[in-house]
Design a binder for this molecule. Structure first.
Ligand SMILES: [Fe+2]
Length: 188
């Protein structure tokens, strides 16, 4: 979308963060509204896991890992220590938690005893992780990126983001996943 704002290496990613936080917040509300011991709204939680897998991870984290972080490395930052290493580690933790949620959802649907509290715990842990992770990126790493990546390097990065506009994630466009987020926010 054309913009009057100067190009930024992080504006698109910060914007995606806001949608991820909104869905995380909706998941928290779903977990809080459901009566303790009662079945969570499994369809909504399932929508959240799809969104977190395909939008937060496949669409968003991949841009960070394959485009932004290498651009930061080109400006002298290490991938093996410091903020980038911490972010990569937290991406891994997030993937593991979402995978656990996917598996626990199957168990809840199958009526397996004890799976509901475990699903609530995994979901809450993911919400806590992604919320603190995004706060660190927005407040620390992205500010560093805005300072370090300017001019032609910034233009190159933004062009690389734009090239992904037509990318599909398990057959879904980014817009499909934005629409899924809207459905979740309506339900949650
Ligand atoms: Fe991020």
């Amino acid at each position: 979308m054309p913009s009057d704002r100067p190009p930024s290496p992080t504006a698109l990613l910060r914007e995606e963060h806001q949608l991820i936080l909104s869905v995380a917040d909706a998941l928290s509300r779903v977990l809080a509204i459901d009566s303790p011991g009662g079945p969570p709204a499994v369809d909504t939680v399932e929508g959240c896991t799809t969104f977190f897998r395909l939008f937060a991870d496949a669409c968003h984290h991949s841009k960070e890992e394959n485009l932004l972080f290498p651009a930061l490395e080109a400006h002298g930052m290490s991938r093996d220590a410091g903020p980038i290493a911490v972010m990569l580690y937290e991406h891994e933790q997030g993937r593991a938690l979402v995978q656990a949620m996917v598996e626990l959802l199957e168990q809840v649907r199958a009526g397996i005893r004890g799976s509901e509290p475990d699903l609530r715990t995994a979901s809450s842990n993911f919400v806590a992780l992604i919320t603190s992770h995004i706060a660190k990126e927005d407040g620390i790493l992205f500010d560093m990126a805005d300072h370090l990546i300017q001019g032609p390097a910034c233009d190159t990065l933004c062009a690389a983001y734009a090239e992904l506009a037509d990318e599909r994630y398990e057959g879904h466009s980014k817009q499909d996943l934005v629409d899924l987020a809207a459905e979740i926010l309506e339900a949650g």
